[in-house]
Each structure stands twice: as C-alpha cells, then as structure tokens.
Design a protein around this ligand. Structure first.
Ligand SMILES: [Zn+2]
Length: 254
C-alpha cells in the first residue's frame, strides 16, 4: 500500500540504498539500520533515518485505493478492521477510524522514552519537526526528548532486536481487534491481504489464520509472493492497480 503512494520500498538492499545512498557507502542495510541500538550509539544518525521517514510519511498522500476501500465499506454497509504492519499512519490519514486499526509494528507518529523512564507513549504533535541533513543521514539538534525525564525520545516502532519497545498502544489495538473478531465470529470474513511479504510474515499468518477460522473469501494481492493456500485467491499485481480494477467491476454499487 505504501509503495503505490510513492513511499520507498525497503525490501531488498537496492530499494533501500536508492533512498539512502550514504548507507550504501557504510554497507548498512534496512535490518541493521532499524535497530534501537543506534539511539544509544549515535542518536543524530538514528533520527537522521527515522526523522526522514517521519517527514516523508507526513508529506505523502495515500493513493486512491485507500479511498476505494472506504467507499465499498460504506456503500455495502460492511463492518471492517484494518490490520497493518505499516508504520506510516496512512490508514488514519485517508480516513479509516483509529478505533478499528491495529498497527502491529507500532507507528512513527508516536514516541516513547529511549531510557524507559515510565513516561509511556505520546503522539507526535503537528508542529513537531526535525531538521535533517538527508545526504549524510543526520538529524540536527534539538532531537526529540521525553517530556518526563528530558532524555532522548525514539519512535514507538518495533525494531529488530527491540527488547525495550513499548507495546502498550499496539497491545490495546490488538485487544480491540480480537474483540471485533469475536463479535463477528458467526459471520464469514472477506480477508483482503495487500502487499504482505514473506520476510516478516505476521500479516500473512494472521490473515490466513482468521480466514481459516471464520471461513469466507481470502484474496492475496501481491506482485511477488502471491502463492496462496488451497481455496484462497490471489492477484499478482500491485495494490492500487488491483483496487482500481475491483472498483471497475463493482461499478454497480455507485
Ligand atoms: Zn523519559
């Protein structure tokens, strides 16, 4: 969903390094960069990366597919819930209700204290801005700080080897999703899985599990990893193109 809104594709070193040429020089790939240790070792470097993503996700516009999904939900009077590993906040930005979204890897628009002083998670304010030297993946002072202890703040995103990620917000969202699934336990689900890769298969596994539990229809949209279990369906093209093609077929609901 993100790539079609013009966001960089971090799968594969080449895509990642195209966006961050300085990291190619340093031979640092996404997995190594997305590590909380940088906030201790070199906070300006860590925020050079996450600050750039924050600015990018904030300034980019969710593509038409987000709007189409909401149109179908509204017109066909469907109950829906979003489960996403994207941290870009684009479901909220495009109009999906916050109470019906589970961001399993957290959100770049929320912060936590790096030293875990007990402050809890807080949202990024509209006026929050980080000055960047993008070429050198470097954030200039002042860096984001914790309102309680005034130490360094970091994004509330689950990183690799992240033992200190504050999962409270995501756990609450998870409980809401479980409740939603239980409430609709007697109905069949229409599971629409979009762009969920194999490297961290949380979204794929959750979609398959819920579809197997509830029955119904399962459509996997993925230009690369499009194989599906027996009885499920798949489309090997991108998110926006698929959703626009479905919209054409659904013109009867206009
Ligand atoms: Zn603190």
């Amino acid at each position: 969903m993100g790539v079609d809104s013009g966001l960089p594709d971090f799968r594969g070193k080449d895509g990642f390094w195209r966006e961050y040429p300085d990291l190619r020089k340093r031979n640092i790939d996404f997995e190594e960069m997305a590590n909380p240790a940088w906030f201790s070792e070199d906070p300006h470097f860590a925020w050079g990366f996450y600050g750039h993503r924050l600015n990018l996700y904030r300034s980019s516009k969710p593509h038409r597919g987000f709007t189409l999904l909401q149109k179908w939900i509204r017109t066909l009077e469907l109950e829906s819930f979003v489960f996403t590993s994207n941290v870009d906040g684009h479901f909220q930005k495009s109009g999906f209700a916050e109470d019906f979204i589970h961001e399993c890897h957290g959100s770049i628009f929320h912060l936590q204290c790096h030293s875990g002083c007990g402050q809890g998670i807080w949202p990024v304010s509209e006026s929050f801005h980080i000055e960047l030297d993008h070429e050198n993946v470097h954030a200039r002072n002042p860096l984001p700080s914790c309102p309680s202890c005034h130490g360094l703040a970091r994004p509330n995103i689950l990183m690799f080897g992240d033992f200190y990620w504050d999962s409270k917000r995501t756990s609450e969202q998870e409980r809401e999703m479980e409740k939603w699934l239980r409430t609709h336990g007697t109905s069949e689900l229409f599971v629409l899985e979009i762009g969920a890769g194999l490297s961290i298969p949380t979204v794929r596994m959750t979609c398959e599990r819920e579809w197997k539990t509830s029955g119904g229809f399962f459509l996997r949209v993925n230009p690369r990893d499009h194989l599906v279990p027996a009885g499920a369906h798949s489309v090997a093209i991108g998110a926006e193109a698929t959703l626009c093609a479905i919209e054409q077929k659904m013109s009867f609901i206009d």
